[in-house]
Design a protein around this ligand. Sequence first.
Ligand code: AHR
Length: 503
Amino acid sequence: MLTASVTVDPAFVVGPVRPRTFGSFVEHLGRCVYTGIYEPGHPSADADGFRGDVIDLLRELGVTTVRYPGGNFVSGYRWEDGVGPVDERPRRPDLAWHSTDPNLVGVDEFITWCRSAGVEPMMAVNLGTRGVQEALDLLEYCNGTGDTHFANLRRANGAQEPYGIRMWCLGNEMDGPWQIGHKTAEEYGRLAVETARAMRMMDPDLILVACGSSGSGMPTFGEWERIVLSESYEQVDMVSAHAYYYEEDGDLGSFLASAIDMDHFIESVAATADAVRASGKHDKRIAISFDEWNVWYQNRAESKVPEGDDWPVAPVLLEDKYNVADAVVVGNLLISLLRHTDRVHSASLAQLVNVIAPIMTEPGGRSWRQTTFHPFSLTARHAAGQVLRVAIDAPTYDTAKFGASPVLDAVATHDPETGDVVVFAVNRSTDEELDLTVDVRGAGELRLAEAITLAHPDPMRQATADDPDSVVPRANDSASVEGETVSVVLPPVSWAMLRLTRG
Ligand code: AHR
């Protein structure tokens, strides 16, 4: 058996646990919107046509913010198509996903859904085929308070009060050659700063996110952030990061170490932003919005877009089925996001329903939780107070992608009000148990409230609609506390949560 230790001290604070770390993403893509969140006629649908079973699962998942309407979709989107009488809305080809959008759901419906679900909207504007004016029009429609055209149009469409949307993405993945309206860093930087400046003239309280890189492997990674932020530093609050390089392609060991890439990504963007801060003599710091992240099997049939004359409405697309190893990686990526809470101020698991998602639905039928649902839900529910920097002492294993990688990764949170400490950890070993000792210093007398692991003898085991419960988190009976020391045995390929409470 392998052995490792984690030392936790409430004095070593990284920053607050930020609710916006637990965001997600709804794009007009595949069945995310239609038969995902929206399905009039479904037995659980509310008066607005939104599936109640999905809203219940979203609440259980602990999602706080939802980014909308894309993704690649937004770069060809005309938001005006999605407002006003539904039977007068145009059907449009969606070039990003070779699909047809009937525009039954638009910004008004999305805000109605956000309110039912109790989540904060994060809106993206189209800087692919459109520009400053259309972004301003959408902002006026959503947040306008005066007696002006688009604010009045919103009122005429039934929403008297402004939506007050604070978080706005200035386009999507503009560094990607696949993006409609793809731009160089210089072109995008200029457009982003002009859009941001104008949007702030209308509403100074916005949180604006400039597009960063769509992956740390992009040839322009680093240089893109430097140029874009050099243009826009004073006008934006965050720079985005997207990461999907995480898939098991026959090398489970490297896959399980995927969070090393996320750590590198975040630290590189933070360093680049700080270099621009120094050379531009700026005061404020730029935060990171990690607004698309997940495991995604991009080369599988599930992600093959329709072709030729086939332009379907809500096709089955990107409906990856996740196994235990995928869930362990998702849990580890959340550990990485939390550990960087000083720089990552917002994040979105991409996506929420059906499309590389923790929640799956059947049209007219059941909804169910994928394996990846569980680490997200438990982390969102129990991470509280402050994130702590922990000291990890663990053996390493060799990986083709990352070299020698620690078998253990972990982060802890401490709630100064209750004194509770929660440790989130993964055992990345593909075949060995890990005997873990957690030394909690200076937190006072603690009792083990809960020790949970997500594991399975077959790490490739998936959850399905017919069998959603054979791979759920279970109590880990090996856990015990003595004084300030917790001991627990973590199975190979596992994610774990240890909750320690006072009294
Ligand atoms: O989430 C799926 C797609 O991945 C998004 O549309 C795009 O932004 C990214 O490349």
